[in-house]
Design a protein around this ligand. Structure first.
Ligand code: PLZ
Length: 453
């Protein structure tokens, strides 16, 4: 079968099955992990030491020949599937033509085309500009630089449970200490954190009420006229897939607008059809001033962007933004392939289809297992929050035990959240339904096994 851009499975020729031929991890992975310990800094942790040889559709195949169901997409990156044919074709063509010139020295069309696509696809029909970088953290840092240059103000406001990266400024913007910030301070100044709307834990306060608390804090403790930017993830990623209560995100955007503050939506995890919309901001019809993207933009090649209002993006002096590799031509070709695939395959519908399978199954599980305190998310960004039954006390141990069971049984799952008690699902949109169902069955068995032990 030839791969085409309407091939919604994009299997990379790999049988779409869960198949274990060794224990997990197998002997070849175990040997590689021993070499990793000798060669790689201990600071680089590995969640599941299964070394991957090939991937596509809904599976990862390891060096021992095990085929595992991928419910993580490398943390929301391979949304279009691993080795997606449109990405592979674009990369192969570009890498054979030229690999680098540095856009700031002698430019090339791919960079411009990616910026045109971003300007077209992001919310709002105002004049926009984009700038390309290598990683999500770099995009967020640059959004702050741009907002400060435009407003000539120092302060940056972020919210509880927020995650924005691991560089010095983005560590300051990130809420959680372990493992992201511990031992790495002092952090960048002029960063202020205000409450997030977290419906499961806000004791009945609505999204609008939480926004009122947050904006009052900004006014009283920072002074709105000192704030360059408010940065919020429309659905939080590392914070625990927290979906703010209705009205929170739009009220924060309105407050920014009223006070001349640049409203930045960090869509690095939630963007590019992950939630069933091109960008999760669209759900509340919010048009951010700036939007940061990465991850799903380029099917696994390192690329990130800041996109936003032309007058804000152009407030920076020429040469003020950049970097050697930002918008590398091979990464741009990958992005153009990924975006083309998302448009042709109706990726938003694929994400909604995944939600339609997952949420009813998870609801049924919650009936049986009272440790599922909350089910939340949208599209192919769904999570369950685990608590001690009869309470709201976070149960990170249970999340860990379920994770180990799923891994041992050939399903790649991820935990997340400030309290480490959120079990999250980020399948590629190329996940076949039968594998999605099978992954949920393994999760069900994990609950049963942990309950029995
Ligand atoms: N903003 C919303 O989700 C990256 C981090 C994994 P980079 N999230 C995964 C880890 O443990 O490092 C992320 C994000 C949001 C920014 C970032 C940062 O993106 O490409 O990892 O720098």
């Amino acid at each position: 079968m030839s791969a085409t851009s309407t091939d919604t499975q994009a299997t990379n020729g790999i049988p779409q099955e869960r198949r274990l031929v060794t224990t997990i991890p197998g002997p070849l992975s175990t040997a590689l992990q021993a070499r990793k310990t000798e060669a790689v800094s201990n600071g680089i942790g590995v969640m599941l030491p299964v070394y991957i040889a090939k991937a596509g559709g809904g599976v990862l195949v390891d060096v021992d020949g095990n085929s595992l169901i991928d419910m993580g997409s490398g943390i929301a990156v391979t949304t279009v599937g691993n080795a997606n044919p449109d990405v592979v074709e674009g990369v192969a063509r570009q890498v054979a033509d030229f690999t680098h010139t540095c856009f700031m020295v002698t430019p090339y069309s791919g960079y411009v085309e990616v910026c045109e696509a971003l300007n077209r696809l992001t919310p709002g029909d105002h004049a926009k500009r984009s700038a390309l970088f290598n990683s999500g953290a770099e995009a967020v840092e640059n959004a702050v630089k741009i907002a400060r240059a435009y407003t000539k103000r120092p302060a940056v406001v972020v919210v509880e449970h927020g995650y924005h990266g691991r560089t010095n400024l983005t560590m300051a913007l990130t809420a959680k200490n372990m493992p992201y910030k511990q031992s790495f301070g002092p952090f960048a100044p002029e960063v202020y954190r205000v409450p997030m709307s977290y419906p499961y834990r806000d004791r009945g306060l609505s999204g609008k009420e939480m926004a009122a608390i947050a904006t009052t804090r900004i006014e009283k403790e920072v002074g709105a006229s000192n704030v360059a930017a408010i940065i919020i993830e429309p659905i939080q990623g590392e914070g625990g897939f927290i979906v703010p209560g209705e009205g929170y995100f739009s009220a924060m955007a309105a407050f920014a607008k009223d006070n001349g503050i640049v409203f930045v939506a960090d869509e690095i995890q939630s963007g590019f059809c992950r939630t069933g919309d091109w960008f999760a901001s669209e759900f509340e019809q919010v048009v951010p001033d700036l939007i940061t993207t990465a991850k799903g933009i380029a099917g696994g090649m390192p690329l990130a962007a800041v996109t936003g209002r032309a007058e804000i993006m152009d407030a920076v002096h020429a040469g003020g933004l950049g970097g050697t590799y930002g918008g590398n031509p091979v990464a741009c070709a990958a992005a153009l392939g990924a975006i083309r695939w998302m448009e042709n395959a109706d990726a938003n519908q694929l994400a909604r289809d995944i939600e339609a399978v997952m949420v009813p199954r998870l609801r049924a599980m919650a009936q049986e297992f009272p440790s599922i305190g909350d089910i939340r998310g949208r599209g192919a960004m769904i999570a369950i929050e685990l608590v001690r039954p009869g309470s709201m006390e976070p149960d990170a141990d249970l999340a860990g035990a379920l994770n180990r069971y799923c891994h041992a049984h050939g399903v790649i799952t991820l935990t997340t959240g400030t309290y480490g008690n959120v079990f999250r699902f980020l399948p590629p949109l190329t996940m076949p339904t039968h594998l999605l169902e099978e992954a949920l069955t393994i999760l069900e068995q994990a609950f049963e096994a942990v309950a029995a032990s």
